[in-house]
Design a protein around this ligand. Structure first.
Ligand code: 13P
Ligand code: SF4
Length: 302
């Protein structure tokens, strides 16, 4: 095994040479987060991909995130260091299925979670992330919304709108596993802790939370809250930023088993090799990218 510090130095040298930026999701391995220019949630990383300078984006995350970066910055080379890092929820809907759903509800708007493939985004009216799903749903003109693919996020948004939400049946393999009994056990162990959960959790878990937010929203909440103890209901990769950025606070994962194996596929060796070889490149055919870009840019314009 190569030494972490040596690999990190090599990456920083190659990054400079290639005029690259490194973006990492909050669920990435700690040592990968530590070499990133930006570590954040899906919305922050999309904004960074659209606005930051550089010729190359190394996206430490999963495939839909790199695709979104490639759609927003077609002039940049986008690298996904672990090419098999995917989001299983994004695979729970296809463009053909969505086109069929539209024929069943011709007056509905389609809001797609950013955790979708580019061709599903291309069939959608507007994109959203966990940070802005409620405002996106409320911003569309139509009174009925087909919300894809996360049923839990769709049901969460439905709590804050008068519109009729038709949630797709997709779900996140990590968040959908949290249960009411996980919360009861964590609360018993830490009775004074504030419970923070991600909106991909099931409705009955959300009912028991004190606050619901995106991954970066959870970090902001811990930083600014007057309380000192927090139970964190999301993937455990977030614990690294919480420990670094909120040193005075005590944060406990809702479950130690909440691990997204795809988010953990990217290692420092992958990042170094991607920079060295300029591979694997993520490209989206322009015909699909143009339509998907409309849906993402409508969201970013909100
Ligand atoms: P965030 O946008 O909140 O970081 O969530 C992304 C994700 O994949 C959650 O599982
Ligand atoms: Fe997809 Fe869930 Fe992993 Fe996020 S945590 S990338 S939604 S499987």
């Amino acid at each position: 095994m190569q030494d972490t510090a040596m690999l990190q130095d090599e990456i920083l040298r190659l990054k400079k040479k290639k005029n690259a930026i490194i973006l990492a999701h909050n669920y990435q391995r700690p040592e990968v987060q530590d070499i990133a220019d930006v570590t954040g949630d899906s919305l922050e990383l999309s904004r960074a991909a659209a606005t930051m300078d550089g010729e190359v984006i190394v996206f430490c995350g999963v495939d839909f995130m790199a695709e979104t970066a490639a759609i927003l910055s077609p002039e940049k080379m986008v690298l996904l260091p672990a090419p098999d890092a995917c989001c299983p929820m994004a695979g729970m809907i296809s463009a053909a299925e969505l086109r069929f759903a539209r024929t069943r509800h011709p007056d509905a708007a389609v809001v797609c979670y950013v955790n979708t493939t580019a061709d599903v985004k291309a069939e959608s009216d507007i994109c959203c992330t966990s940070a802005n799903a409620v405002s996106v749903v409320n911003a569309v003109r139509e009174n009925t919304v087909i919300f894809v693919p996360d049923k839990n996020l769709g049901k969460y948004a439905a709590r804050f709108t008068k519109k009729t939400i038709l949630p797709w049946e997709g779900f996140c393999l990590v968040h959908d596993r949290f249960t009411v009994s996980d919360i009861a056990i964590a609360k018993q162990a830490h009775p004074d802790a504030v419970v923070l959960v991600h909106p991909e959790c099931r409705p009955e878990v959300i009912d028991l939370a004190d606050h619901v937010a995106s991954t970066s929203g959870i970090i902001r909440h811990v930083k600014s809250a007057p309380e000192n103890e927090f139970i964190i209901g999301t993937e455990i990769g977030i614990m690294h930023r919480l420990a670094k950025e909120c040193p005075g606070k005590r944060c406990y994962p809702l479950s130690e088993k909440a691990i997204c194996t795809n988010m953990k596929k990217t290692t420092l060796v992958h990042v170094r090799d991607a920079l060295e070889t300029s591979q694997p490149v993520i490209k989206v055919p322009e015909e699909i990218a143009a339509r998907a870009r409309d849906a993402i840019e409508r969201m970013l314009a909100l």
